[in-house]
Structures are given as C-alpha cells and as structure tokens.
Design a protein around this ligand. Structure first.
Ligand SMILES: Cc1cc2nc3c(=O)[nH]c(=O)nc-3n(C[C@H](O)[C@H](O)[C@H](O)COP(=O)(O)OP(=O)(O)OC[C@H]3O[C@@H](n4cnc5c(N)ncnc54)[C@H](O)[C@@H]3O)c2cc1C
Length: 317
C-alpha cells in the first residue's frame, strides 16, 4: 500500500514538476543522491574510496521517450567513462577501485525500440571494457524483465564486463537464475525488488521475498554455481540476510572473489564501513543527475520513516 503509493507517485509527471521545485524536497533527496552533476558523483566515489568502499556510478534517468533523449543519455554515459579513464591514468583512482557503471535500459531507449537500446548499450559496454570497468544492468518493473534478460543474454558471453540485477520478489527469478547459471553467465546483483508488482508475478509478503532472497543467494554462493562461473553481488541492507550470507561464506569457504556486498548511497553507512573494515568487497550505488525524482520516490516507498525526514527538512532546514 505504502510502496504502491510512492511507486505510482514516481510515475506522475505533474507531481514531479511540482515537487522538484521545492528546495526542501531536494535537501531530503540529497541524502540518497550524490548531486546533480557527474563531478558530484565522482566526488562521492572518491569519499567512499577513502573508506575502502568501491562505487557504482548511476546517471539517473529512465523511460526516455525519444531517440534523441536515448542517444543523449548514451553520450552522458560515455562521458562518465572518459572521466573514469582520465582519473585512472592521472592516478587519482586506483584500478581496483574504478567505479562500475549502472544503466537502466529504458534510459537507453528500450521503450522506443529494442534495437536502438541494444546499439546504445553495446557502445557503453565496449567503452567500459576499454576503460577497464564493468556495466551493471539495473532491473526495472516486470514489464521489462524478459527484454532486459534477453538483451543481457545477447551481450553477456561476448562481454564479460557485464552484470545483471535480479529481483528476489519475482516468482520467475528462480528459473532465471538457474538458466543464467547453466549458461555460465550468472554475474548477478541480487536485490529484493523496488517496484510495485501484482501478486500473480511477485511475492506480496515481505517474509516470502526475504525467503526467496536467501534461496537465490545460497544457490549463487554454492560450489556448483561457482564452478559454472557464478558471481553474486549481495545487494541489500538487511542485516539478517547479510549475517546469513556471512555464515554460509564461512561454512562453504566461498572465496572472496566470488561475491561482494552492495548497498545504496546514504543507507546504512555504518554497515557499509563495518563490512569494508572486515576486508569484504563493498560497493555502493551512487546516483547523480537532475532526474532524481523517481529514484527518490522509490526510496521513500521503502521506508515510511523517510517521509518524516522530508517533513523535518521543511521545518528545520
Ligand atoms: C546496490 C543496490 C542496487 C539495487 N538495484 C536494484 C535494481 O536494479 N532493481 C530493483 O528493483 N531494485 C534495486 N535495488 C533496491 C532493492 O530492490 C530494494 O528495494 C532496497 O534495497 C531495499 O531493500 P533491502 O534489501 O535493503 O531490504 P529491506 O528489508 O527493505 O530493508 C532492510 C533494512 O535496510 C534499511 N533500508 C532499506 N531501504 C531503506 C531506505 N529506502 N531508506 C532507509 N533505510 C532503508 C532499513 O534499515 C531496513 O530495515 C537495489 C538495491 C541495492 C542495495
């Protein structure tokens, strides 16, 4: 109900135009968004690097409606990759801490034409490969799951520097994960899922989503999956699940190059730092850009307490 409200607000243009003009909303959003420019994103990446945490740069944007906008978004990603390469060659970022790039396929034109999207995605992945980094494909609502997986499949064998997000709340994810393992391309960011989905497609109850998450995580950490090249980014702030992951990792002697932890910018910084201090790879998803409204609405939908945070900014900023 709460999530449904905010996911629906995230798609409402009139609200978007109105809300984005209110300074106090931006002040609240800036807890989750590094800033409006690429330089803001890179500054956040450097700050994380100082704590031993790696980054994923996410240039905010989704559901573009024209080919020109999709091409512009692609150019922006290429520009970010140019900057990453310059930072690397200038020595201000170590190779091991080069940020990954997150992309949403509807930002690259999936709503307009699949071929346009594939062309743009290929350009970004090829450029990322030259820069020595990885492209992580975000998973959007279920309307896009099949097409996103198909595009990933077409490119993943050719480009090992690609990963895909899988949402534990979808019933289909169990089979999708099995297929990806079988095909030797299970390089997966495992998340719970942030959209509003109907009960015939996704578990409506949180406890079932959590159970599905643990099942998929354990499958991806298993020796059998690892023997087929599986890699899992455990993308959650759920401490119980993280503890479960840590005990399985110990018990099954999972090597550190077979998994990592991922969290969102501004959420559970304490946990991010604690895991990094223990020597685990921790990667934080750093969104930047002017199109922050839908991303921020999804973060509000995840946690009612965040709305009080917005209200506090109205009175105390
Ligand atoms: C790196 C990363 C990438 C992601 N990529 C995708 C994607 O491609 N597609 C997709 O659908 N979803 C994505 N998500 C979002 C994900 O699906 C969840 O909606 C989100 O992570 C919240 O779920 P949780 O696993 O943290 O567990 P929850 O059970 O929701 O939360 C566990 C705890 O985390 C903290 N927490 C969680 N959310 C918030 C919040 N908004 N504000 C403050 N505290 C919070 C709270 O302490 C909470 O008790 C991603 C998440 C991460 C971490």
């Amino acid at each position: 109900m709460w999530r449904a409200l905010f996911v629906s607000l995230s798609r409402n243009r009139t609200m978007k135009e109105r809300v984005m003009r209110w300074g106090f909303v931006w002040r609240a959003a800036s807890r989750f968004v590094a800033g409006e420019t690429l330089e803001d994103g890179l500054r956040a990446i450097r700050e994380l690097e100082a704590l031993g945490i790696r980054g994923i740069l996410d240039h905010l944007g989704e559901n573009v409606e024209s080919e020109a906008d999709a091409n512009r978004a692609t150019e922006d990603y290429l520009l970010a990759l140019d900057r990453i390469e310059t930072m690397r060659s200038g020595g201000s970022l170590a190779l091991s801490s080069l940020p990954h790039l997150a992309v949403k396929l509807t930002h690259l034109g999936l709503d307009i034409h699949e071929e346009l999207c594939e062309r743009n995605l290929r350009r970004v992945i090829e450029r990322a490969a030259r820069a020595g980094t990885v492209v992580e494909i975000d998973m959007e609502s279920s309307a896009y799951t099949e097409r996103t997986l198909n595009l990933y499949r077409r490119l993943a064998s050719e480009y090992p520097n690609t990963r895909i997000a899988i949402q534990a709340y979808l019933y289909r994810s169990r089979e999708d994960v099995e297929r990806l393992i079988e095909e030797g391309i299970a390089r997966i960011r495992l998340c719970k899922g942030a959209y509003q989905e109907p009960p015939h497609l996704a578990y409506p109850r949180k406890r079932d989503v959590d159970a599905s998450y643990v099942r998929l995580m354990e499958r991806l950490l298993s020796a059998e999956a690892r023997a087929r090249g599986a890699y899992v980014a455990i993308a959650t702030h759920d401490e119980r699940i993280i503890q479960r992951a840590l005990s399985r990792i110990r018990e099954w002697e999972v090597p550190r190059d077979a998994f990592e932890f991922q969290m969102l910018y501004g959420i559970r910084r304490d946990l991010q730092a604690a895991l990094a201090r223990q020597g685990f790879t921790v990667r934080v998803y750093v969104p930047y850009g002017t199109e922050w409204y839908p991303y921020f609405m999804r973060r509000l939908g995840e946690r009612p307490a965040n709305v009080w945070f917005v209200v506090r900014n109205l009175f105390y900023a």
